[in-house]
Every structure is written in structure tokens, then in C-alpha cells.
Design a protein around this ligand. Sequence first.
Ligand SMILES: Cc1cc2nc3c(=O)[nH]c(=O)nc-3n(C[C@H](O)[C@H](O)[C@H](O)COP(=O)(O)O)c2cc1C
Length: 189
Amino acid sequence: MDLRSFEAAAWARLMEAAAGPHAGFRYVTLCTVDAAQRPQARIVVLRECDDERRMLTFHTDVRSPKWQEMAANPQVTVLGYCHERRLQLRLAGQVHCYAAGSEIARNTWRALPPHTRQTYNGGPPGEVRATAPLAGESTGPETGESRFGVVILQASSLDAYQLQRNDNQRALFRYAADGVLQASAWINP
Ligand SMILES: Cc1cc2nc3c(=O)[nH]c(=O)nc-3n(C[C@H](O)[C@H](O)[C@H](O)COP(=O)(O)O)c2cc1C
């Protein structure tokens, strides 16, 4: 395989994941750095992918620690592994965060199904709750919008690692600020 095809295949996997809940890269790890310079990581759903501009979109609660971390330091890493394809993808770059009131958050919120909207109805993520979760607990369908945020990663690099029985393959791709491929190279696995 040539470098160009390897890169295109990696982005095709990300496109699949944004389109379908059963794809290998649907759940990826979003890594941030907190105010104490400690690494933080958590699973998020890959919601959208733009393979031309090399952008990934995630949704989150603006009250969550990760939102605060990205506001203070927009440099993040996204890590995923597809067991079926034996492919690891590590993307680094800068995020732009769009909170309630922005056009992007408003339009995205409108397109969300009710059960997804409901996940923004509870108390602030990470805070202690006094009672055990109750089935169907909710504060109403509209309250979540003010807490809903969209996170868009502009990738500046992609490290793709293909496991193969005798010949693991790894390549590093670098992107300009608009997503155009600037450099690519095979690297030792
Ligand atoms: C399968 C799975 C998918 C998740 N998807 C999201 C998501 O898309 N957005 C999100 O904010 N949190 C998601 N979470 C919860 C996060 O992993 C995390 O626990 C939570 O957002 C708090 O993160 P923080 O304290 O680092 O801000 C998901 C958790 C799991 C297990």
C-alpha cells in the first residue's frame, strides 16, 4: 500500500464511524490536559467527520471538566483502535468549542433525537448526586440546550498504525491549518 492510500483508508474508517454506531472508531478517547498539567482521558462518540478538512466533531456538556480544560488549552489528542481492522489512529490538533447560543450548537441541537437531548437534563457532570439514578428521571425536554456544546477538532497530525502478522505498518501525516496534507512518511512501528 502507498502512503496516500493508507491515509485515505484511515479517514474512510473515521467517516464510517461518524455515520454508524457499530463502526470500530465510533467510540474514541479524547485526551486533554488539565490546569495542573495532568493528562485527562475519556471516551466520546465520534459524531461527524470531514475527511477533506480533517475535522472531527464531538458533543459534550459545557459543565463538564473536559469543556473547561479545552477552553484553557485547546490542544488535544484523539485515540482510537479498531479491533476488527487491527488499526490504531492517533490524531492530534486543536479544538474549537461552540457553546449554547452559537449557530453551530443551535443547529446541531435541533437535529438531535429526544433521547440524546435528555442526557443533558441532569446535574453537572462529575458532581456528587444525592440519590440513586431513577429510571426515566428528567427535568423536561428543553432544559438541556443551554448545557449542550459542540467540539470540533482540526487535526494537525495523524499517526496511523496497522497491525499485521509479520509486518506492522505505521505512518505519520501532517496537516496545515485548513486540513491540507503537508507531509507524510512511513515510520518505524
Ligand atoms: C460509550 C461511552 C460514550 C460516551 N460518549 C460521550 C460523549 O459523546 N460526550 C461526552 O461528553 N461524554 C461521553 N461519555 C462520557 C465520558 O466518557 C465521560 O465520562 C464524561 O463526559 C465526563 O468526562 P470529563 O469529566 O472528563 O469531562 C461517554 C461514555 C461512554 C462509556
